[in-house]
Design a protein around this ligand. Sequence first.
Ligand code: MLC
Ligand code: AMP
Length: 469
Amino acid sequence: MPARDDNPPLLGPDRDDDRPAVTVGDRALRRSELWEAAGVVAQRIAGAPAVAVHGDASLETVVSVVGGLLAGVPVVPVPSDSGTSERAHVLADSGAALWLGPPTEGVSLERVEVDPTARGSASAEPDPDATALIMYTSGTTGKPKGVVMSRRAIAADLDALADAWSWTAGDTLVHGLPLFHVHGLVLGTLGALRHGSPLVHTVRPRPEAYAAAGGTLYFGVPTVWSRVADSDSAARGLSGARLLVSGSAGLPDRVAEKLRALSGLSPVERYGMTETLITVAARADAPVHTGWVGTPVAGVESRLRTEHGDPVPHDGVTVGDLQVRGATMFDGYLGLAEATAASWTDDGWFRTGDAAVITGDGRHRIVGRISVDLIKTGGYRVGAGEIEAALLEHPTVRECAVVGEPDDDLGQRIVAYVVGDDVRPADLIAHVAGGLSAHKRPREVRVLESLPRNAMGKVQKTRLGNAPT
Ligand code: MLC
Ligand code: AMP
């Protein structure tokens, strides 16, 4: 769905509103205050090729991102828990010229001080086709790639979700998700600003904080919903809400059922990727089908193919590779023309890498990833290859294989199988957390005499522990 002719600016029309537009923890800004603080940032960074934003859960992050969008400067959110080598890669690869964040070891970019209480004038919004964000995400191998997202794609997705969920300025949105990924930043922050619904960010996605926030619309990853469902009082505390939305990974049926029993609300699921934004969503006005992620959002089409590219019937049972196309797609991986080309079919569909079934009336169920080397842990996408490369840098590691094993809390838990000398699991976990990021750390390291290999010498991950087959 291309942006409508009467499309409002990405961040929504000017609104005279006395309510706080954004609350993070115990600090809040009204829309006019946010625009004025962001206007100061916009003036300061105007003309930069890109800016890097320390993406912690703070008003400073929101002001920085809005400042970048007002200035028409691509914003590169940097995970707040990133370690030294991952941060260095993101900063160098993105071409960011300025650092909007606290003084940080290893960051030599010129630093811009961001002050939510500063007041300046906001500029007009730029061309809808300009790059809004460059967001880093993992592949099966290699370092994270920069996903280039246009303002137009983001606007189209946010409007499609407003349509699916009847999301209006009358809603108060609550979540506590990281502000450096699509879920928390694009949907959870830019969505709230575009639709004029106040955002209450709980800093961390703790069940009691969700219950105390008194919102109408709640976002969470399945790990968050599982923790809410495990707290009777938190889950019952959501009973006044209008809609609970789950995404970024599959919501287990038992969690959906427990939430329903305690809060009286049936969570709806939606499916997407950093590259495509949210392409499939269950509608607020349709019956809830637990375990299904809904139908394509306005402006998006989907289809199933075999690994050879042949059509797979949409009969609700036959599994195929899910492909999507439409208004919400990314503009490519930054500086990686080959990887970008490889992610599209010859006839213009994006290969999601997910296996799915689709019913005759268009409902989707995600069955799993096509590759065992992309792990989803707590809703974070993590490539096995980048963790293996980090482990191999450690002097005690000779060989290793990383897999995602089923986990009741995280969906998948990162487990590293290691062959080496004097291996100390805690050291290896700290090594990955400090180099890549805390959320990419293995939760467990298992030491082996050798890795299982086939006749060609290739590691057989499916023969490791409880790895998925
Ligand atoms: C522990 N910690 C360590 C550590 N051990 N840090 C460094 N080294 C070590 N060895 C720290 C962690 O950094 C964290 O710190 C804390 O201990 C763990 O806290 P937790 O609450 O137990 O968190 P955890 O179990 O790790 O994570 C659960 C979670 C998180 C749900 C909070 O997974 C999460 O926020 N997930 C959301 C991911 C997301 O938004 N994905 C969307 C991607 S976009 P600290 O300081 O942080 O407390 C996408 C598209 C789409 O997928 O469809 O949406
Ligand atoms: P990311 O790159 O972090 O945006 O992760 C995208 C991936 O998350 C998708 O390719 C899916 O594997 C997974 N995902 C997102 N939403 C869902 C969902 N509702 N159900 C199952 N998997 C999901």
